[in-house]
Design a protein around this ligand. Structure first.
Ligand code: KE4
Length: 427
């Protein structure tokens, strides 16, 4: 595996783009080395600028659930582009995809399209604050809801704390309204609600967390949040930017059987083009401009090109529910194979998996951010680069979920398992 051209391209990029990337996680800071540059992709394969072929386990961080350059999506985008890419004027296509999303996702009557998961989550919180008239939100350490100020808040010391900014530029004024609790810690949430009576507008959570590796909700945790929200007039926001249209046709709400008040989407809903969305019942959504006073807008929101990609993607998933079963079976197969080679390696590890989301951690167990942070990062770095050399592209950080796509064959999965075996033996 040679990365000569990627390294040269990275050096060029660094001259004109901060850190050489348009999103930090791509820069390989968590694993070291220089990022590869992709020339093209098809199905489950990435082809980098040095003509290495790599089996892709990030799927553009989720969107490419059916594989890259998926024909129906490509065709839809090509055709739509001929008629113009954006008007800033309503199109029938926006209503079509909105109707399909509302039909696929439990508990929503209306949906507003935006351009990213960040925008979706940021707007959902504003809507919750406007709807309830309250200002504070609860988020969970290790959950990522995009880079809006209110979310860039890291727990300080202690299990439950007032937020403190973990990025310069986030003001103390913002941080004070973001309360933090450890994932899976219902008592901590109840403590925060007790300490802030009548002040909490929303609890926002990834129903299955994917930004500290893949972390599953303990049995009863989400149900407990639902109950606490109902008891205290707090809105429950499920950030399904990762899990939406991936864990099931109706996302985590369908798979886990817990209903949120507002649901946010991104990634898969755009079929690889920039689309985010947030949705709720008609009553809550009636508070959103232009119907209601909560303002939210976007020049390219619902633009025809992105809607065409998203529509083609959702139609496929809606008409082929077997895809979710196929993805579940492939992920279970990968899990089983990795379990064997990791056991044989003698290393301390755990594997978290649900649907087509999976992650390997070099520590005993991972159920929240603190336990995830105990993972042996040095081992992960060597594992990552070893797998890359074997033609397998994993997320370049232990704090990310792997995303399977349905173009993966069982031969690809066997290659991945055999590669892991070879790499682990060498560590
Ligand atoms: P975007 O603004 O990046 O489209 O979505 C933000 C977001 C919101 N909610 C969840 C649960 C998310 O996972 C994300 C974005 N996910 C990361 C991957 N961990 C995007 C990758 C990146 O930052 O480049």
């Amino acid at each position: 595996m040679l990365y000569k051209r990627s390294s040269a391209l990275f050096a060029e990029a660094e001259k004109v783009i901060p850190g050489g990337v348009n999103s930090p996680v791509r820069a390989f800071k968590a694993v070291g080395g220089t990022p590869i540059f992709v020339k093209k992709a098809k199905g489950t394969y990435l082809y980098d600028e040095d003509d290495n072929r790599l089996i892709d386990y990030i799927a553009s961080w989720g969107p490419m659930i059916l594989g890259h350059a998926y024909e129906p999506v490509v065709k839809a985008v090509k055709e739509r582009a001929e008629s113009g890419t954006s008007f800033g004027i309503p199109t029938a296509l926006e209503t079509e995809i909105a109707k399909l999303a509302v039909q696929m996702v439990p508990g929503i009557d209306k949906i507003r399209f935006v351009n990213s998961g960040t925008e979706a989550c940021m707007s959902a919180v504003r809507l919750a604050r406007g709807y309830t008239g309250k200002e504070k939100i609860i988020k969970f350490s290790g959950c990522y809801h995009g880079h809006s100020d209110a979310f860039l808040i890291q727990a300080g010391s202690g299990a439950v704390t007032f937020g403190s900014p973990n990025s310069p530029g986030v003001t103390k004024g913002t941080a004070k309204d973001t309360l933090l609790a450890p994932y899976n810690d219902l008592d901590a949430v109840k403590e925060l609600i007790k300490a802030n009576p009548g002040e909490i507008a929303a609890i926002i959570i990834e129903p299955v967390a994917g930004n500290m590796g893949c972390v599953l909700p303990n049995p009863g945790f989400l149900e407990g949040l639902r109950e606490a929200c109902d008891l205290h007039g707090i809105l429950l926001i499920f950030d399904e930017v990762m899990t939406g249209f991936r864990l099931a046709r109706g996302g985590a709400q369908e798979l886990l059987g817990v209903k949120a008040d507002i649901v946010t989407f991104g990634k898969v809903i755009g079929g690889g083009l920039p689309v985010g969305a947030f949705a709720a019942n008609s009553e809550i959504m009636s508070h959103l401009a232009p119907d209601g006073p909560v303002y939210q807008a976007g020049t390219l929101s619902g633009n025809p090109l992105a809607m065409a990609a998203g529509m083609a993607m959702l139609k496929e998933l809606n008409e082929r529910p077997d895809v979710f079963k196929s993805l579940e079976e492939k992920t279970a197969y990968l899990h089983k194979g990795l379990l064997k080679v990791l056991n044989d390696s003698g290393k301390v590890f755990c594997i978290n998996r649900i649907g087509s989301m999976i992650s390997v951690h070099f520590t005993e167990e991972v159920f929240d951010f603190e336990s995830a942070a105990k993972g042996n990062n040095e081992t992960f770095k060597m594992f990552f680069h070893g797998m890359l050399k074997e033609g397998v592209y994993l997320p370049p950080s232990a704090f990310e979920s792997w995303f399977l796509n349905d173009a993966l064959s069982y031969e690809d999965l066997d290659h991945t398992i055999n590669a892991a075996n070879k790499v682990l033996r060498g560590l």
